[in-house]
Design a protein around this ligand. Structure first.
Ligand code: MG
Length: 396
């Protein structure tokens, strides 16, 4: 009886506390981000804000260089709560600010037909059916919905899913193709902060080996390789991987073109290092096709339409005994905070997109001793940076 009374008393206190704390408390931390009055209706109100992420350094991979990335930030309000999302669109994905906004304009009225934001699975199925592509734009809705619903529940998603954040692996820091001096400087910086180093290979044998040997002049830190489909011959790829295995490398991402599935399977069978699919893995339906050919998958929210599908990919990969990695684009802390929710169940995390940009708008997850620490705050734990004033609206 005493137990029951204690329970009822504490339950009553919790309800009273919840009534006191939300949504006003959530609004308090979003203050400054609203250009208009927040939506107090039980209606999912979608708005967006085009944004250009300025990179700290020019970023070069095997076929391109750039210094900015187009982004569309999103916001969904409902019953006085708010959730933030993001579509990050590096040029090779084929989405643009205009194509994302066109999609969001189409999605907005469909979203309003849902009266319950907790129906994320059903909502995202409907959002997906609007167009064939627009994966990043779809992810911007999914991420905002997760932030919104997490804020309504009052918990972060890693906790709702039952993941232990202490299991987050060392995060990797990408060293792109650069001059010898820049490679040395970046490798030293990454090693000093306790990160793994991710190296982009896939040029000539001489250039690739020089890159690794240069890094090894300054640090023994574990290296992850991303060949970005650069190796076209399976025997050459195997020779390179055998050489890399002697250099404290622990993973090879997308060594061969994504369409060379059989050859990649041949390579995976013989490789001393796990072979991970990136370009070959976009959506949930790809996972089954890759099984038996790759050791695991690199999940990216901008490719798979967001956290709802990412969570399903995690379960399927786990059931198939495939390894997991969470990656990112050049993106703000909004999408990085979303990816960080999945980090505890991954063997590799490559969530460095927000460090690469000079004008981040929010903060949330952090990196401590080289590992991602997802925020303990509700939803995605997003807090707007001081002085940022984003104009969200339902118009261009
Ligand atoms: Mg990659």
């Amino acid at each position: 009886m005493t137990d029951r009374r204690t329970f009822l008393k504490s339950a009553g206190l919790l309800t009273a506390a919840a009534a006191l704390l939300s949504p006003s408390q959530i609004f308090a931390r979003a203050k400054g981000g609203f250009s208009s009055k927040p939506n107090g209706k039980k209606e999912l109100e979608l708005e967006w804000c085009p944004f250009t992420a300025k990179m700290k350094h020019v970023f070069t991979i095997s076929n391109s260089s750039r210094s900015t990335t187009p982004i569309v930030l999103t916001r969904i309000t409902y019953d006085g709560y708010v959730g933030y999302g993001e579509a990050a669109m590096p040029p090779y994905l084929g989405e643009t600010t205009n194509s994302a906004i066109d999609y969001l304009k189409k999605a907005r009225p469909f979203l309003k037909t849902f009266k319950d934001p907790f129906m994320i699975g059903e909502i995202m199925a409907e959002m997906d059916a609007i167009t064939t592509n627009n994966c990043a734009a779809k992810a911007s809705i999914d991420i905002a919905l997760h932030d919104l619903v997490g804020n309504m529940i009052g918990q972060p998603w890693w906790k709702i899913w039952g993941f232990n954040p202490k299991n987050c692996p060392y995060n990797s820091f990408t060293v792109g193709l650069a001059s010898r001096e820049e490679v040395l400087e970046k490798a030293k910086e990454a090693a000093a902060e306790g990160h793994l180093i991710k190296v982009k290979l896939g040029r000539t044998e001489e250039q690739d080996k020089m890159m690794i040997n240069t890094i090894r002049e300054v640090t023994d830190t574990t290296i992850c390789i991303d060949a970005n489909q650069g190796w076209k011959d399976k025997h050459y790829a195997l020779d390179m991987i055998n050489w890399l295995a002697t250099k404290n490398v622990n993973m090879i991402e997308q060594p061969m073109p994504k369409l060379m599935l059989e050859e990649t399977g041949w390579l995976t069978e013989r490789s001393p290092l796990p072979i991970m699919a990136d370009e070959a893995c976009q959506r949930l339906t790809d996972v089954k096709k890759l099984y038996g050919h790759y050791s695991g998958i690199n999940i990216k929210l901008m490719k798979c339409t967001g956290l709802h599908e990412a969570r399903e990919m995690v379960s399927l990969a786990q059931a198939l005994g495939m390894k997991l990695m969470i990656g990112c684009m050049t993106e703000t802390s909004v999408a990085i905070a979303a990816g960080a929710q999945i980090a505890p169940v991954c063997e590799w995390t490559d969530l460095d997109g927000n460090w690469l940009i000079a004008n981040d708008v929010f903060h949330s997850s952090t990196v401590e001793d080289g590992r991602i620490v997802p925020s303990s705050k509700p939803g995605l734990g997003l807090e707007m940076n001081k002085g940022v004033n984003l104009k969200y609206a339902a118009e261009e």
